[in-house]
Design a protein around this ligand. Structure first.
Ligand code: GLA
Length: 395
């Protein structure tokens, strides 16, 4: 396949001004905690969205999805969500550049009128990538971050990486309709080679943790399920947590966020589904804090055990798993060569993340593929991942 720069030149008869690569992400532990003021532990991976970009002069945006063979042209002004989803990830961040203040990205001091003047002439953009779509590896966040990073460089907009993460998150809310947390965009923009990042989703402070797996590898098993309910159920979980928080706050005035809630308070105030959701969140927030202590001590056995606990909580209490994800986790649960496994990301499909002994990886892939195929009548895909740097310019 031709490099993206040449494809851009062929398409637009113009050399791209720059090329940007933005990675997908894994999350070691801390699921559905980002929008609940908890902690997450993601890392950027060796799968990317690439964009090549160049300026125009006629106030239009020409967008080409190379992998899909689709081209869409829109005027840069008064952008609104479109029927073609990949387009929304691009124009959603353009809208943010124009309206970042209005959209409550509070920390952004940039002069939006000035940005509007800079961007108003439009741009050409080509997109391609190798992040499997709908596999829970955040291809959409990677696209948003790649476009925003490219615009930031091209037009000298001076947004910080954290500001861009917040803007990409707001773009996803407004243009894709998913009320996601900040983890995916944060991880894509802040990734560092061989490091996971503990993000405090309340203060947005973050710490890098070296990941030295030595005899182990991170392997993702892809269910190949792209659940249609994923985004609507995701938004429902978010609402259920907000409801639970509100009920607890009515009784305990000192509680500001999920970070202040104890299991006793959950037990005392909540029932049924809301109880289950909030119990999981409170437990998971505590679990991540213990898991990073395991990491710091190099105790990967203890870390892996917590991954299995997270899966149990996501499956039984938070109810965002599916039979295929449960099957893949259960199938490796008693394997001495697997330190930990759990469903990863929003849920209802996508991948499990597994920490597997190098010498056993091949054999486990083979056995699990056969079992999965037999039980679910589906092909199992897998990705042996490495942890890489975040969004960057390509020379
Ligand atoms: C999706 C969202 C993230 C996060 C995870 C669950 O990936 O985009 O913000 O909430 O689900 O942890």
């Amino acid at each position: 396949m031709l490099a993206i720069g040449s494809q851009f030149s062929n398409h637009f008869n113009q050399k791209p001004s720059l090329v940007v690569k933005s990675p997908g992400r894994i999350n070691l532990i801390g699921e559905h905690t980002d929008y609940n003021h908890g902690f997450v532990l993601p890392a950027a991976i060796d799968k990317y969205i690439e964009v090549a970009i160049g300026k125009r002069t006629d106030g239009a945006i020409h967008m080409v999805a190379l992998d899909l063979g689709e081209t869409i042209i829109l005027p840069i002004h008064n952008l609104t969500p479109q029927a073609t989803q990949w387009v929304n990830y691009i124009i959603g961040v353009v809208d943010q550049v124009f309206n970042s203040k209005e959209n409550n990205v509070d920390s952004i001091e940039n002069n939006t009128t000035l940005n509007e003047t800079k961007l108003v002439a439009g741009f050409n953009i080509c997109v391609q990538g190798n992040i499997p779509l709908g596999a829970g590896l955040s291809s959409s966040a990677a696209l948003e971050c790649a476009v925003l990073f490219a615009l930031n460089e091209l037009y000298d907009l001076s947004f910080s990486r954290m500001q861009m993460a917040l803007m990409a998150q707001a773009a996803e809310h407004r243009f894709a309709g998913v009320k996601c947390g900040i983890m995916d965009m944060f991880a894509s923009l802040h990734g560092q080679k061989n490091k996971a990042i503990l993000l405090d989703c309340d203060s947005l402070a973050f710490t890098y943790y070296p990941i030295e797996l030595k005899d182990y590898s991170i392997v993702l098993f892809d269910t190949q399920i792209k659940h249609a309910l994923a985004s609507s159920e995701y938004n429902t979980r978010r609402l259920e947590c907000e409801q639970g928080l509100k009920i607890i706050q009515e009784k305990y005035a000192s509680v500001k966020t999920f970070r202040d809630i104890s299991i006793e308070q959950v037990e005392a105030c909540l029932v049924s589904k809301i109880y289950q959701r909030c119990k999981y969140v409170v437990e998971e927030i505590a679990r991540v804090q213990l898991a990073v202590q395991d990491l710091a001590k190099g105790d990967m056995q203890a870390f892996g055990k917590k991954m299995f606990e997270t899966h149990a909580g996501l499956s039984n209490l938070y109810e965002v798993s599916c039979p295929e994800l449960d099957f893949l986790v259960e199938a490796v649960a008693n394997n001495e060569n697997v330190l930990g496994a759990r469903m990863m990301g929003g849920g209802f499909g996508g991948c499990t993340i597994n920490i597997i002994k190098n010498t056993a990886v091949e054999e486990i892939i083979k056995a699990l593929s056969a079992k999965y195929n037999q039980a679910m009548h589906k092909e199992l895909s897998y990705y042996i991942t490495s942890i890489e740097d975040g969004t960057h310019l390509v020379a």
